[in-house]
Design a protein around this ligand. Structure first.
Ligand code: FES
Ligand code: FES
Length: 906
């Protein structure tokens, strides 16, 4: 131990710590300054940034012994407080800089370091600063963060007042359609919100800390598990194995009977007979400290007999491959599509035929916050599990039988969450926490490090696709044939649904009358498939939007004009035979055409043999909902202080709080309530109704309608015959109920049939994307210079949230196109190695144009937004590479070496 006096946020503090401890640990765990967040823990993300003696440092890699006696340390707590925000914090709230907010303290501290040095930075200097200090954000696409710094700098220079910078409520008091900052923004920018790891540190004494014993191979039979040595390690309370699990020790989720050839109970909570993938949990050590638990986990001996591994769909489909789940074929589900007439003769007679092979990679989610959770028993014996779940009721049903607990004895709560982008549509550690709490009878916490977070959470499932278009002489597509194989990893949960997405979205956007195709779900030993934003559509559009450009080239036609000829118009139907509810594409392409033509001209003029420039387009569509008659429920209650809104609209970081508030405020407008009189209770199965999971951009539509319904019921109950409204006291006096349950079901929807024909979604989102790129022909490296988005997400509830979703989605699309992957288990184990885009990789110019066509089935005309900007943003980049260089990258990502190789082969 060493003792130092440090001046932390202006106060001298005596600190006694281990010399090798990291400053982040000391601040968080010893001084309770949990505003400093730990994301990667490896110096790659900047979430832990603090200012040390005037320099921005990453405290997760700064050893305590290297912090000099008397050092000045500024953490987010020293930058500003909720009652006294710094200009940067205010600017972050009004620019939507805090989505999940996990990166916000680090960015704000880093920006403070910049403004301390330079009060008048250019945008480029701000970008260079964040690049230099490795500040990563996965949610915002960076642009709003640079906007925020520029505005804060004006305040620092005295050119703008805090009052000018603050959001001003419109005169009519309406927040629908405005840029009202999300309710959680202030807590996020001040570091006062407690994410899972922060809550874990604040648990009572006696809380056990967990560590997992995980498989280091991808496929094996388990012969024995020896915990004896581990049990003797210091601080160990218990080593938990499958023998301690009271229930069936399996997790299941949403598989289709009888078409799925398995029974769905294929994912062990703790492995008993087999290991199915790298990282599978075999045992849990519960100890007094995390370090002791991790040390003891190393001592658990697992006797394994390795089996052949199948790390891709083609490998698992090979003739000689053994069944990964004995008794269930590796190809366990098939989904065909049959629309219109037989395509074979049409292909024969088509004037133009193009075909191609495509592969979309296993995209990792790369949230800033690694997976984390905790569990404990309430006084009445109910087990409470807190996690990053974005489907608390769904997960409740998925894990109860495995744990062997009565449903009413289990309560799931979502913590404030530092991003999920879909990986938390699957339960990750919920059942592990439950097993450990049940086996020890104690409160427990579990926190993955970033390696575990990457290697042992679900990923976007790769698709291997083949696609063929037949078009008439004018370019009108008359037939499409498709084939896709989904590498879903070893666990079947949601695999059927994902495979169905291929049928729904390959070729979507065009009124193709005749379609035949077949998709299949394949069990492999690579990472299990979980939801990822735009679920199934990036894979689908990779094929259909790349091939559209190939068809245009073959015909000598402009890619925009070929699309314009084929886009949905009245009378057309989607691949599933559904008539679009609005026809947004013609006006989008009309608006884009001059912008596109100018971009092409510019690219041509600026291209050199070394730096080739190009422009690419794509269109994207996604449905808002779960297939068929999706439903949601909320509660709304009048109180003496206003209204309490209860919902399970889980928040990945997308803005569930502002989505629900904006909708409720609009629905309650007759009451003229200020927004702060609508208090929200969210995401707790013990307190809030089942609003369904936060996936598929469904919440704004489905839960939004339920909120509207509940609020209307309350208003009707409050209405007097003269048109005025009863007060709370009058309602009480007249014995009129104060609490209402709002419900909505998408009853107009029908799920897809065996030919994938149906009307699965009530509302869709539509977008057209344009990328402008430069390809360095010496290195093969692609840089996206500018991005343009035409978006129809219906009527906009909150401008900040919607802009933020689109900026962030574009950034993830660029990463998907150019760099992101999780393939090599030895290499792809950190944020940087997985190819996450830093600020230099994302253009500062992202133009968004909205087309607010009201949706008949959306609350106040709204659709969703989250999935749209990742449907096909990547394909616009790939089409731009082709336009610039003539190289078609069909197997992602378009890494420089791949582009270079293709350039050489031209
Ligand atoms: S750089 Fe410290 S947590 Fe990522
Ligand atoms: S807001 Fe930056 S990572 Fe979520």
């Amino acid at each position: 131990m060493i003792k130092k006096v440090l001046h932390i946020n202006g106060m001298p503090r005596t600190v006694i710590a281990q010399p090798e401890a990291m400053l982040a640990e000391v601040l968080r765990e010893q001084l309770n300054l949990t505003g400093t967040k730990v994301g990667c823990g490896q110096g790659q993300c900047g979430c832990c940034s603090v200012i040390l003696n005037g320099k921005v440092v990453r405290s997760c890699i700064t050893k305590f012994r290297r912090v000099e006696e008397g050092s000045l340390v500024t953490t987010i707590e020293g930058v500003g407080t909720p009652d006294n925000l710094h200009a940067l914090q205010m600017a972050w709230t009004v620019h939507g800089g805090a989505q999940c907010g996990f990166c916000s303290p680090g960015f704000i501290v880093s920006a403070k370091g910049l403004l301390d040095e330079n009060q008048n930075p250019t945008r480029q200097e701000v970008r260079d600063w964040f690049q230099k200090h490795r500040n990563l954000c996965r949610c915002t696409g960076y642009k709003p963060l640079v906007d925020a710094v520029m505005d804060a700098a004006k305040v620092v220079r005295g050119e703008l007042t805090m009052k000018d910078l603050a959001f001003k409520l419109p005169e009519d008091g309406r927040i629908w359609g405005s840029a009202y900052p999300r309710p959680t923004a202030v807590a996020k920018v001040t570091g006062t919100i407690d994410y899972g790891a922060d809550l874990g540190l604040k648990m009572p004494l006696g809380t056990l800390r967990l560590a997992l014993v995980q498989a280091k191979v991808s496929h094996a039979d388990i012969r024995g598990i020896d915990t004896s040595e581990a049990e003797k390690m210091p601080g160990v309370f218990k080593v938990v194995t499958h023998k301690d699990v009271k229930g069936k020790n399996r997790i299941t989720g949403l598989i289709t009977f009888p078409t799925n050839k398995g029974d769905g109970w294929d994912r062990p909570i703790l492995c008993d007979e087999k290991v199915f993938q790298f990282g599978d949990a075999i045992a849990i050590v519960a100890a007094d400290t995390e370090a002791n638990a991790r040390a003891a986990a190393e001592k658990v001996k697992v006797d394994l007999e390795e089996l052949p591994t199948y790390m891709s769909a083609p490998a698992a489909m090979a003739e000689d491959a053994i069944e990964i789940h004995p008794g269930t074929p590796n190809v366990y589900y098939e989904q065909k599509i049959a629309k219109g007439g037989d395509t074979a003769p049409l292909m024969q007679s088509a004037a133009h035929v193009v075909e191609g092979d495509f592969y979309l990679q296993r995209q990792p989610h790369l949230t800033m916050e690694p997976d984390v959770g905790l569990a404990y028993f309430e006084a009445e014996g109910r087990l409470c599990i807190h996690s990053k779940s974005i489907g608390i009721y769904l997960h409740h049903a998925m894990i109860c039988p495995g744990l062997g607990i009565e449903p009413e004895k289990l309560r799931l709560i979502q913590n404030p969450t530092g991003g999920t982008f879909g990986y938390k549509f699957s339960p990750t550690m919920e059942a592990l926490l439950g097993v450990a709490a049940m086996a020890t009878g104690r409160a427990v916490t579990l926190k993955y490090d970033y390696f575990q977070h990457i290697t042992y959470t679900g990923k976007r499932s790769p698709f291997f696709l083949k696609l063929k278009y037949g078009a008439d002489k004018d370019g009108k597509i008359v037939a499409m044939e498709s084939d896709w194989s989904v590498d879903h990893g070893p666990y079947s949960e949601f695999g059927d649904l994902l495979t169905l997405r291929g049928a729904q979205f390959i070729g979507a956007g065009y009124g193709i009358p005749n379609i035949r195709g077949l998709g299949r779900t394949v069990c492999t030993n690579h990472a299990w498939g979980s939801a990822f934003r735009a679920y199934g559509s990036p894979q689908s559009f990779l094929a259909s939007e790349s091939l559209m450009d190939e068809l245009a080239e073959k015909m000598g036609m402009d890619p925009l004009e070929l699309r314009y000829k084929n886009i949905y118009r009245p009378g057309d139907t989607s691949p599933t035979g559904q008539e679009p509810e609005v026809f947004s594409f013609p006006e989008m392409f009309d608006k884009l055409r001059p912008v596109y033509q100018a971009a092409l001209k510019k690219a041509k003029a600026e291209s050199t043999p070394d730096k080739k420039r190009g422009v690419g387009l794509s269109l994207g569509i996604y449905g808002c909902g779960l297939d068929g008659p999706d439903a949601s429920e909320i509660s709304v209650e009048l109180t003496p202080d206003g209204v309490v809104l209860g919902s399970s609209w889980e928040d990945h970081g997308q803005g569930a709080d502002i989505g629900a508030l904006g909708t409720a405020h609009e629905a309650l407008r007759p009451l003229k309530l200020p927004p702060d009189q609508i208090r929200q209770v969210m995401n707790d199965t013990g307190e809030t109704p089942n609003s369904g999971p936060s996936g598929g951009s469904r919440q704004q539509v489905v839960t939004g309608n339920a909120i509207k319904n509940g609020c209307e019921m309350l208003i009707n109950a409050m209405k007097k015959s003269d048109g005025t409204f009863r007060t709370y006291q009058e309602m009480k006096a007249e014995n009129i109920p104060l609490k209402y349950s709002g419900k909505w079901t998408a009853s107009m929807c029908t799920p897809c049939d065996e030919n994938a024909q149906g009307s699965p979604f009530a509302v869709y989102m539509y977008g057209v994307f344009m990328a402008e790129v430069t390809v360095d022909t010496q290195t093969g490296k692609t840089v996206v210079d500018k991005y343009t988005v035409m978006a129809d997400v219906g009527k906009i509830n909150n401008k900040l949230a919607v802009d933020g979703q689109i900026y962030g989605g574009v950034a993830q699309g660029i990463g998907l196109a150019l760099s992101e992957d999780f393939e090599d288990l030895k290499k792809h184990t950190s944020l940087a190695a997985c190819g996450i885009p830093y600020i230099k990789d994302i253009p500062d110019v992202i133009d968004i144009h909205y087309f607010e066509n009201p949706r008949p089935h959306g609350p106040f005309g709204a659709a969703g937004v989250g999935e749209l900007p990742l449907t096909s943003t990547h394909v616009a980049v790939l089409n731009a590479i082709k336009n610039a260089t003539g190289v078609r990258i069909a197997h992602l990502p378009a890494l420089p070496e791949k582009v270079l190789q293709e350039l050489k082969a031209l």
